[in-house]
Design a protein around this ligand. Structure first.
Ligand code: MG
Length: 249
C-alpha cells in the first residue's frame, strides 16, 4: 500500500533528509586516497548520531554498518571494513539513511577518489544526470513508468547498462515502502503519482552489462562483468508543481 504523507510528515522527512544529505556532503569533503571504508562509515555514523538521528541501515535486515559503501565494480550493499583502503582512481558509492521523529530518508552518491579515468567520470556524470532527469519530470499525475523510462533512456542512449534486479522504492515510516521505482520501464504505465507520495529514486548503472550477483557474504552486490558501477539517489516528495528533493544537505 502506498502511504501519502501530511505536511507535518513531510517536514519531519525533510529534517531526516537534511541529516542524510549532510552526511554525504561531509564524505565528499573528506574522502581521499588512503582512507578505509570503515573510516568513511564512521564519518557517516557520527554525523547522523550527533544530530539526534539514527542510521537507518544499521542492523537493517542484519546489515552490520551505518552506510553501505561499495567500491568500483561493487554496485550496492558493500560492507565497510578497516581493511579496504581507498586508492586514487577508485569510485565509491556511499548509501546513507537517517531515521528521525518516526521517518526515514535515503540518499546515495558515488564519489571519485582523487583523479579517476575518463570512463569512470562519464559513468558518474551520466548516472547522476539520469537521477535529475527522473526527478525533473516527477509530479502529481505522472506515471512511475515515465520516470523509469526517462532514466533508462538517458543512460542507455549514452552506452551504459541499467541494472534490472534492484530498484528505487517508497520511503517514509518504513525504509522500504511501496511502490517499487524501477530504473527501466514503459512511458504511460505504472502507478500514477499523487501529491504527498515520497519515493527514493535511485539509478544503479553499470558501465558494461546489466548483470549483477551477490557475493558470499550475503550482502555485497557486484557486476558480473567486473565493470564499474555507479549509484545516485535522492528521496523526493511529489507535489502538483513537481518533485521536492528532501535529502539535500
Ligand atoms: Mg534506497
Amino acid at each position: 500500500m502506498i502511504s501519502v504523507k501530511s505536511t507535518a510528515d513531510l517536514a519531519k522527512m525533510r529534517a531526516s533528509g537534511k541529516i542524510a544529505g549532510g552526511a554525504l556532503k561531509l564524505v565528499g569533503e573528506k574522502i581521499k586516497p588512503g582512507m578505509t571504508t570503515m573510516q568513511v562509515n564512521k564519518l557517516v555514523h557520527d554525523y547522523i548520531v550527533q544530530r539526534g538521528a539514527r542510521p537507518s541501515f544499521l542492523n537493517y535486515g542484519g546489515f552490520p554498518a551505518s552506510a553501505c559503501i561499495s567500491v568500483n565494480n561493487e554496485l550496492i550493499h558493500g560492507i565497510p571494513t578497516s581493511k579496504r583502503v581507498l586508492r586514487e582512481g577508485d569510485i565509491v558509492s556511499v548509501d546513507v539513511g537517517a531515521f528521525k521523529d518516526g521517518f526515514h530518508s535515503d540518499t546515495c552518491m558515488t564519489f571519485p577518489v582523487g583523479k579517476i579515468s575518463e570512463e569512470a567520470k562519464k559513468l558518474l556524470e551520466v548516472t547522476q544526470a539520469s537521477l535529475y532527469a527522473g526527478i525533473e519530470i516527477a509530479k502529481a499525475g505522472v506515471r512511475l513508468g515515465d520516470i523509469s523510462h526517462t532514466i533508462q533512456e538517458y543512460c542507455e542512449s549514452r552506452g551504459f547498462s541499467v541494472v534490472r534486479r534492484y530498484c528505487g522504492h517508497g520511503v517514509g515510516r518504513q525504509l522500504h515502502e511501496d511502490p517499487e521505482v524501477p530504473n527501466y520501464g514503459v512511458p504511460g504505465h505504472g502507478t500514477r503519482l499523487v501529491s504527498g507520495m515520497t519515493i527514493a529514486i535511485e539509478p544503479m548503472i553499470n558501465a558494461k552489462g546489466e548483470g549483477v550477483k551477490v557475493l558470499e557474504n550475503g550482502w555485497t552486490v557486484v557486476t558480473t562483468s567486473g565493470s564499474l558501477s555507479a549509484h545516485f539517489e535522492h528521496t523526493v516528495a511529489i507535489t502538483s508543481e513537481g518533485a521536492v528533493i528532501l535529502t539535500l544537505p
